[in-house]
Design a protein around this ligand. Structure first.
Ligand SMILES: [Zn+2]
Ligand SMILES: [Zn+2]
Length: 356
């Protein structure tokens, strides 16, 4: 089969012919119908510091967001059949550690990540554990089905504890309009947030435009409005600040703003990853403000997936998510896709299995 393979510890990757993976007893083999590029894939492509430290095994196939058709199942597989359309939860867990046995499987102590620690989905076929296979509605467009993993991140950031009443009728700010921030705006709109503020880094016109179309009431540019963002949002909320902040950018300035625009007693979900440790005023930001803070890692297994499924069953929501996919390209153009993301010209990029 063909696959996008990281063959050397340097930037780029190669499309080459490799063996189809062998399925283990509790694994399924999936023929990939669509896959999408995640920030993690860009890091691996660029071979940045994170990738250099994190990736152990070379050569390996990367990519983890996908949808496809099951073509083979291992002999002990009982819940998935040949012909099923599936996507994958990318956190591969042991199911036996303290976290797994106490309803926190998504932060399993012995977790491996598909396409980071194991061979991934930028390939014609990918083998995944039965437990990680998520059965899709067979009529769901594979392009949309392929982005359920980041959509799950968005849903978990919005609803870390299932409390829809935190959102319905409330004011919410989304800091950062990358694909997951955009997805969060669509989720907030669907759940009935009263007012959604969004901020985008720099002059990212494509993403600001998308944020508006997805239902953000006010979209601010970090570069244009800078420190004024706090004042603008406080004024627009009668001086109260917002009930909920979703930090999706990983920018230290946004982290500070997140707590400055938060109403006392409000909630912040942190998803954006910071490049380095940041200095932060805990006293005023969290303690005296009686703020609730959630760290978001992955998706709850598998509550978040059921929420994603429920949301995607609504036509209007599906349309919104589809609009975040700004490009569908043949996978042989993977280099072009990486470039579009690096230059922030894209929302989500889906690659189709056209190899030659
Ligand atoms: Zn991802
Ligand atoms: Zn575990």
């Amino acid at each position: 089969m063909f696959a996008v393979v990281k063959t050397e510890r340097k930037p780029g990757a190669e499309i080459k012919a490799v063996n189809v993976p062998k399925v283990g007893k509790k694994e399924v083999l999936v023929e990939v119908k669509a896959c999408s590029i995640c920030g993690t894939d860009v890091h691996i492509w660029e071979w940045n510091e994170w990738a250099r430290n994190r990736i152990e095994k070379i050569p390996f196939i990367f990519g983890h967001e996908f949808a496809g058709k099951v073509v083979e199942v291992g002999e002990d597989v009982t819940t998935i059949s040949v012909g099923d359309m599936v996507s994958a939860e990318t956190h591969i867990v042991d199911g036996t550690c303290y976290q797994c046995r106490t309803d926190r499987m998504h932060v399993c102590k012995n977790m491996k990540i598909l396409g980071v620690d194991t061979d991934g989905a930028f390939a014609q076929y990918v083998a995944i554990p039965e437990r990680n296979a998520w059965k899709n509605d067979p009529n769901l467009d594979p392009a949309i089905a392929s982005i359920q993993e980041p959509l799950g991140n968005a849903v978990q950031t919005v609803l870390p504890k299932d409390h829809v009443e935190d959102i319905t009728g409330k004011t919410v700010a989304v800091l950062g309009c990358g694909p997951i921030g955009l997805m969060a705006i669509a989720v907030l709109q669907t759940l009935g947030a009263a007012k959604v503020f969004a901020t985008a880094g720099g002059y990212n016109l494509t993403r600001m435009e998308l944020a508006k179309r997805l239902g953000a009431d006010m979209v601010l540019s970090a570069r244009e409005h800078g420190e004024k963002i706090v004042k603008i949002i406080l004024e627009a909320t009668d001086g109260n600040g917002v009930d909920v902040v979703l930090e999706m950018s990983g920018a230290p300035s946004a982290l500070r703003q997140a707590f400055e625009i938060l109403t006392p007693g409000g909630r912040v979900s942190l998803l954006g990853i910071f490049n380095r440790s940041v200095e932060f005023d805990f006293n005023n930001a969290i303690i005296f403000k009686a703020a609730t803070v959630y760290g978001i890692s992955g998706r709850r297994m598998f509550q978040t997936w059921y929420q994603v499924k429920g949301l995607l069953s609504k036509h209007g929501f599906r349309e919104k998510i589809a609009s975040i996919i700004t490009h569908k390209i043949p996978i042989r153009d993977v280099a072009k896709g990486m470039k579009l993301i690096q230059t922030k010209q894209a929302g989500k990029i889906v690659m189709l299995p056209e190899w030659v």
